[in-house]
Design a protein around this ligand. Structure first.
Ligand SMILES: NC(=O)c1ccc[n+]([C@@H]2O[C@H](COP(=O)([O-])OP(=O)(O)OC[C@H]3O[C@@H](n4cnc5c(N)ncnc54)[C@H](OP(=O)(O)O)[C@@H]3O)[C@@H](O)[C@H]2O)c1
Length: 264
């Protein structure tokens, strides 16, 4: 898909990855529609990138409909908004479970459902779903988040099959740990030695390439981490044992405690 003069809707635009995505997409000549819940943050971003801001809470029943109605014609969807929903399932209350399912999984599916007919009629478009390496690897201490990220990957790739030959593409982005800004960096947790990160701009560069080249999947992460995530998905039993040996549960505990104490 050509991004120059394309109308691109980015959800979660004010987050760590979202801001980097918007900067890259704007440099490619995209006409941006940026979305999130907080008007002032969105308007600052909109004026910096020449974007149009649409305030919508994707955990609310009418959030998707509001966003679709105000976004107008959309050539490219970047479904990037998410909540971390980390911790043990039993620590989360019903509202937190519902919010994670809505924002991370149901809203992207419903956005695609609403935007696809227009893209199909124009015989062009691309739907990019921002998942995670946790959409491949069943890591401990984040079962709900992992469920939404696995779901998003399956949806993006299955939809891609159905869209073959239509001119509309679909794909999934699987970032590893992102440094400097965003839901992991915000925790301040130090990763064990040997586990590398990517910057928000590197993740955004990967997303832009994926859209322009109509790729099904990209994993902006250090190659060993990405390979480990793919292997975990193939062999969850042994991979679970390896993760326990490497202290993955303790790392997840530290991340979840920091995210929950900051109200994420
Ligand atoms: N950071 C990482 O290490 C990492 C790694 C792998 C994958 N990812 C994925 O990358 C994407 C972006 O992550 P990030 O680190 O940039 O996250 P972030 O900094 O926490 O930003 C999250 C974004 O989602 C929006 N959002 C949250 N709840 C919302 C709601 N109810 N309705 C509408 N918008 C909502 C937030 O805006 P408002 O608060 O203003 O609504 C914000 O713009 C996510 O899908 C995440 O799962 C991140």
């Amino acid at each position: 898909v050509l991004l120059d003069d394309a109308s691109v809707l980015v959800t979660g635009a004010t987050g760590g990855v979202g801001r980097a995505l918007c900067a890259r997409l704007a440099r490619r000549g995209a006409r941006l529609v940026v979305s999130g819940r907080h008007r002032s943050a969105l308007e600052d971003l909109a004026s910096a990138t020449g974007a149009r801001a649409v305030v919508a809470d994707l955990s609310e029943p009418d959030g998707v409909a509001t966003l679709v109605a105000e976004a107008g014609t959309v050539d490219v969807l970047v479904a990037n908004a998410a909540v971390p929903a980390s911790g043990q399932l039993t620590e989360l209350d019903d509202a937190e479970v519902r919010r994670a399912l809505e924002v991370n999984l149901a809203a992207p599916v419903r956005l695609a459902h609403a935007l696809l007919p227009g893209m199909l009629a124009r015989r062009q478009g691309y739907l990019l779903f921002v998942s995670s390496l946790q959409g491949l690897a069943p890591t401990p201490g984040a079962s709900l988040y992992v469920a939404t990220k696995f779901g998003l990957r399956g949806f993006a790739l299955a939809l891609r099959q159905d869209l073959h030959g239509t001119g509309v593409g679909s794909g999934v982005l699987l970032p590893g740990f992102v440094r400097d800004a965003g839901m992991f960096a915000g925790t301040g947790v130090t990763l064990p030695r040997g586990i590398g990160t990517r910057s928000p701009d590197q993740v955004a560069a990967s997303a832009v390439r994926q859209i322009e080249r109509d790729r099904p999947e990209a994993a902006p992460a250090p190659p060993l981490l990405a390979a480990g995530a793919y292997l975990s998905g193939l062999a969850p039993g042994p991979a679970g044992a390896v993760q326990r040996l490497l202290g993955a549960a303790e790392l997840a505990r530290a991340v979840a405690d920091a995210q929950r104490s900051s109200g994420a």
